[in-house]
Ligand binder design. Structure first.
Ligand SMILES: *Cc1c(COP(=O)(O)O)cnc(C)c1O
Length: 361
């Protein structure tokens, strides 16, 4: 028995399995497993990234002021209460590291995002799961699961992998009802897909116990660069800045994200294309006997009759070069999560699901 052992909780973390991107023996592969923007990033972002490549000898900004200012301008936020992370995953990690430890509880919902559990365990805290109601966040169940040890409550709104969301009144009721030592974290990874939705920023402004996280990985098409941000009350952001490494974002990533957020017409185009093909895909799947909840994000949670059918469909889609996401690990064994791709990909996946349902296996 070795004397070298990690901190308690670490070995309870299951190694993350990311969305596959290749299939052995298939060349024309479509990846619909990681909720990436099928249209890619803004041209302006690609150009800014390329230009930043000429100064790789220089350390990046540690304050991220230029990017934070751009974010504050676009969203109408207080620049001093924005914090940048290497993906919003890093903001989630900072929150757990700074506010939860051994004996503390980190609460999230039944089909909640996997990083909440990972970051809670990494901090030595105890993950606690509250049930959802028909794949929708249940505020009463969350409030009922709170204890004197609850330090963080995470909800993604819209949620991944369900695609559902709850209204502002419900979110406000949750924030109001939490025990006084707990922070509500609104994960807005998919908030950009909801026209006119602020992701909960106005609630952050009104309260001292709410933090919002956002990302450039989804609608902005920059998952490869790892840029996310958080917005919260000044005292909380000050704490998170103490655990943040000074150079946690690279210069090319900062430059690309700034150009991306300023390219408003492109953002709008991506949002509209997603909404259009999301509706088309949901309807096409329903016609083939595969229902889904109304999605507010850039993916659809396709429901099959049981785990066996979902897995058989996944195998069939793979044989057709289509990679979607199994979500048994999220407590949804009878479902497949399908990212809304471009028109050609949506048509291909709908066609293949139709063939599968029609008996081709
Ligand atoms: C994709 C995703 C994120 C984080 O993505 P980053 O690339 O780390 O910004 C956070 N929360 C949810 C629910 C997601 O689906």
């Amino acid at each position: 028995m070795s004397h070298i052992v990690p901190q308690p909780g670490i070995l309870d973390i299951e190694l993350y399995v990311s969305g596959k991107s290749t299939i052995d023996g298939v060349t024309d592969v479509v990846k619909l497993s990681s909720n990436e923007n099928p249209l890619g990033p803004s041209e302006a972002a690609v150009e800014a990234h390329r230009r930043a490549g000429y100064e790789l000898n220089r350390y990046p900004s540690s304050e991220h002021l230029s990017l934070r200012t751009a974010i504050a301008d676009v969203h109408g936020l207080d620049v001093d209460r924005i914090l940048m992370g290497a993906g919003s995953d890093e903001i989630i990690a900072f929150l757990c590291q700074a506010f939860a430890g051994p004996g503390d509880e980190v609460l999230y919902t039944e089909h909640g995002f996997s990083m909440y559990r990972v970051s809670a365990l990494a901090a030595g805290a105890t993950p606690v799961v509250a049930p959802e109601c028909d794949r929708v966040t249940d505020v009463d169940a969350l409030l009922a699961a709170c204890t004197k040890n609850t330090k963080l409550v995470f909800i993604a709104n819209p949620n991944n992998p369900t695609g559902t969301m709850i209204g502002g009144n419900e979110v406000a009721r949750l924030a109001e009802g939490l025990p006084e030592q707990a922070i509500l974290v609104l994960d807005g990874a998919y908030a950009d897909y909801v026209e006119g939705f602020d992701g909960g920023a106005s609630l952050v402004d009104m309260r001292d116990n709410v933090v919002m996280t956002r990302t450039f990985s989804k609608l902005y098409g920059l998952g490869g660069l790892r840029v996310g941000w958080g917005y919260g009350p000044k005292p909380i952001i000050d704490v998170l800045n103490r655990v943040r490494g000074p150079f946690n974002l690279t210069a090319p990533a900062l430059a690309a994200a700034e150009a991306a957020i300023k390219d408003l017409p492109y953002v709008q185009k991506c949002r509209q294309e997603n909404a259009k093909w999301r509706a088309w895909l949901a309807e096409a799947l329903a016609e083939h006997g595969v229902p889904s909840d109304t999605s507010t994000a850039n993916f659809i949670l396709a429901r099959f009759s049981d785990q066996q059918e979902a897995e058989a469909c996944d195998d069939y889609l793979k044989s057709q070069g289509l990679i979607v996401r199994r979500v048994a690990g999220y407590g949804l064994p009878n479902c497949l999560r399908i990212t809304v791709g471009d028109e050609a990909s949506c048509r291909r996946v709908a066609h293949a699901v139709g063939q599968f349902k029609g008996g081709a296996r």
